[in-house]
Design a protein around this ligand. Structure first.
Ligand code: C2E
Ligand code: MG
Ligand code: MG
Length: 637
């Protein structure tokens, strides 16, 4: 849509009489109009304006710069063809002068109807020598009526000229309004509405011609950070640069092969959907892999640093690709699937592309629902804690209780922590949820302690996201204070991978937490490839041998050796060991043999609701005078 006031006004003149066409030609010939307009403007300037009239005329006169571009047809059929061709070249007519009677061909009413069908915006002027035209009738055939005018022959040249100027300026104003409605003001690209209707017609045409069409859904990976840290003005400028790079990359990006429509889409097939999201349509795709090639080219074009306000910014997009007809039959489905694919690409490796595949649907939808439901779960009071006893193998007593979070969602039912904890971590919800867990666990431990029940500590799992916060130790201290639990009764479990991800930070954070007087355990030990040598530097109190080793100590010699080595080494480093996931007696026997201190697992007890855990603690308390085996029986039941 590139018409400015500087481009000529395209006028279509349709009349079967050659002399009349000549008359129009003389009126609309550029130099005459120009001269007249210049004269008129000079006069107006002299009357109303203090500035140099010639100068002002040059600046203000669109007609002078533009003039008219008349096209002549001698019949209705030819006129319809001319309109069609103009639209196809994106050079539509602003005004059509239509003779009413053009025997022996179809008349002006027929032409008006056809032209209106093709072009809803063009201004149509019905010209007739007879006063037999009924405006209502033609208005019904070629609506809307406000785009129809009537002119009685013989006309005066001024009438034609003024009518053309007035109607063209109305036409242009309307085009500007359309531009605002269908184009993004910031980048000048088609907006979401236009992209959608363009997509609908591209799908139709791909279906008609049995062709393949691809949608590329682009989302910038770190745009929000730029906006937040450098301000919206920089963000806007960045979006403009991104749009320009995408535009030129699409324009020049073809591999040069003639007819290679797949690798070089038209620039009009690029749109800004809003925010930092862009859409590229690749109609006539020759093969599906070409879409990935285009995606990589766009990613490469954006990867070059952008220099803005003293900052060299690098923004990469993640790109999702959906292909018609394979991934969807309609615009909504294709857009949704391309968006999903983009989301997957971003989660996997930002700055890459991914093709949609059906598995994404189920997984992603499930994940979205989890995320949605998770936001409000605390307010709806959907969380509870269960407690799994940690058992001292040597004495047959309960040494600790591990608090395990349970989510019973009103919408989804019970959701496994291995499913929702990662979502809580990604969304940052883990901070409030983790705080709730710690507070609840400490409150519970305090109650048990006040009852004089026999347990030494409550163990609480800490997410890496919580652990990474500088204020986390202070948060723990506040909760201990608030609940009145002695710090020595609290043990925090941090997974091995979190500690190893940033050893310097981990050491500092562990030291701060230790200063509160609490103890620290490394959870899932053995899965994160840490060496004992490095572990020595961390003042942790306990290692929890991962369930995967424990479950195979009776079958796999290697795992048996690893578990035995972890137990022996820990002993020499004076670090306590808990074996996780003990499910049967041979495993327990092995642990006893190795003199492993603590064990936890379904054999001894599944995680229990608070009341059941209290009951178990009470029973163990009552059996305190019994032998170790007797106590074991009480626990295992
Ligand atoms: P984890 O900390 O290693 O917790 C032990 C998990 O192993 C628990 O699963 C427990 O039910 C399960 N388990 C215990 N004994 C056995 C056994 O003998 N056999 C088998 N197959 N499994 C056993 P759960 O409750 O599903 O928790 C899974 C993970 O979710 C936990 O692993 C922990 O990493 C995380 N998690 C649970 N609660 C919280 C929490 O409050 N905060 C955080 N950040 N993570 C939590
Ligand atoms: Mg744990
Ligand atoms: Mg564990």
């Amino acid at each position: 849509m590139s018409d400015s006031n500087a481009s000529p006004i395209r006028v279509l003149i349709v009349d079967d009489e050659a002399e009349i066409r000549d008359a129009y030609r003389q009126i609309l010939l550029e130099h005459e109009v120009t001269q007249e307009m210049v004269g008129f403007r000079e006069l107006r300037s002299r009357l109303f304006n203090r500035k140099n009239p010639a100068e002002t005329a040059r600046q203000r006169s669109p007609i002078r710069a533009a003039g008219f571009e008349p096209v002549f047809c001698d019949g209705a059929q030819a006129a319809v063809t001319a309109v069609k061709e103009g639209l196809a070249r994106n050079e539509p007519f602003a005004v059509v002068f239509l003779d009413m009677r053009m025997p022996p061909g179809p008349d002006g009413a027929w032409a008006a109807t056809k032209i209106r069908e093709l072009d809803p915006a063009v201004e149509i002027v019905i010209c007739t020598a007879y006063s037999d035209v009924d405006p209502c009738e033609i208005g019904g055939l070629a609506p809307p009526e406000d785009k129809l005018s009537y002119l009685q022959k013989p006309f005066h040249p001024h009438e034609i000229r003024q009518l053309t100027i007035a109607l063209a300026s109305k036409w242009r104003a309307e085009r500007r309004i359309v531009r605002l409605a269908y184009f993004d003001a910031l980048t000048g690209l088609p907006n979401r509405e236009q992209a959608h209707s363009r997509l609908v017609s591209a799908i139709q045409s791909a279906a008609d011609n049995q062709r393949t069409l691809a949608l590329l859904y682009l989302d910038l990976d770190n745009f929000k950070r730029v906006n937040d840290t450098l301000g919206h003005a920089v963000g806007d400028e960045l979006l403009r640069v991104v749009a320009e790079r995408l535009r030129s990359s699409l324009r020049y990006g073809g591999d040069g092969a003639p007819g290679d429509a797949s690798a070089s889409p038209r620039v009009g097939d690029l749109a800004r959907l809003g925010g930092d999201e862009f859409l590229v349509l690749l109609p006539n795709l020759r093969n599906v892999a070409d879409a990935g090639t285009v995606a990589e080219r766009l990613i490469a074009a954006l990867r070059e640093p952008v220099q803005l306000a003293m900052n060299a910014l690098v923004v990469t997009p993640s790109v999702g690709i959906a292909v018609f007809p394979r991934d969807g039959q309609d615009a909504e489905t294709l857009l949704r699937n391309a968006d999903l694919a983009m989301y997957f690409a971003k989660r996997r490796t930002p700055g890459t592309h991914a093709y949609f595949d059906v598995a994404m649907n189920a997984t992603a939808l499930h994940r979205f629902t989890i995320e949605e439901q998770l936001r409000g779960a605390l307010e709806r009071d959907e969380f509870t804690l269960q407690f799994q006893p940690q058992f001292d193998v040597r004495t047959g007593t309960i040494s600790g209780m591990e608090a395990l979070l349970r989510w019973n969602s009103t919408q989804l039912g019970a959701v496994n922590p291995t499913e929702f904890i990662p979502v809580a971590e990604e969304t940052g919800l883990i901070h409030s949820i983790g705080k709730w867990v710690l507070r609840k666990a400490c409150e519970q431990a305090r109650l048990w302690r006040d009852e004089g029940l026999p347990f030494q500590r409550i163990a609480v799992n800490v997410s890496g996201r919580q652990f990474a916060l500088a204020e986390y130790p202070a948060e723990v201290a506040a909760i201990l204070e608030e609940t009145g639990l002695e710090p020595s009764r609290l043990e925090l479990e941090i997974t091995e991978s979190v500690v190893m991800a940033d050893e310097v930070w981990a050491q500092k954070a562990i030291n701060e937490l230790k200063q509160l007087g609490i103890s620290l355990a490394i959870d899932d030990f053995g899965t994160g490839y840490s060496s004992f040598g490095r572990l020595r530097h961390f003042s942790v109190d306990r290692l929890k041998i991962d369930r995967s080793f424990v479950s195979s100590v009776t079958e796999c010699n290697d795992d048996r050796a690893i578990a035995a080595a972890i137990i022996a080494m820990s002993r020499s480093l004076r670090i306590n060991v808990t074996a996780e996931g003990v499910e049967n007696f041979p495993q327990l026997a092995f642990l006893q043999e190795q003199e492993c201190q603590d064990a936890q697992g379904f054999l001894l007890s599944r995680p229990l609701a608070a009341e059941a855990a209290r009951e178990l603690l009470r029973r163990v308390n009552e059996a305190s005078d019994e032998s170790r085996t007797q106590r074991l029986k009480v626990i295992i039941g």
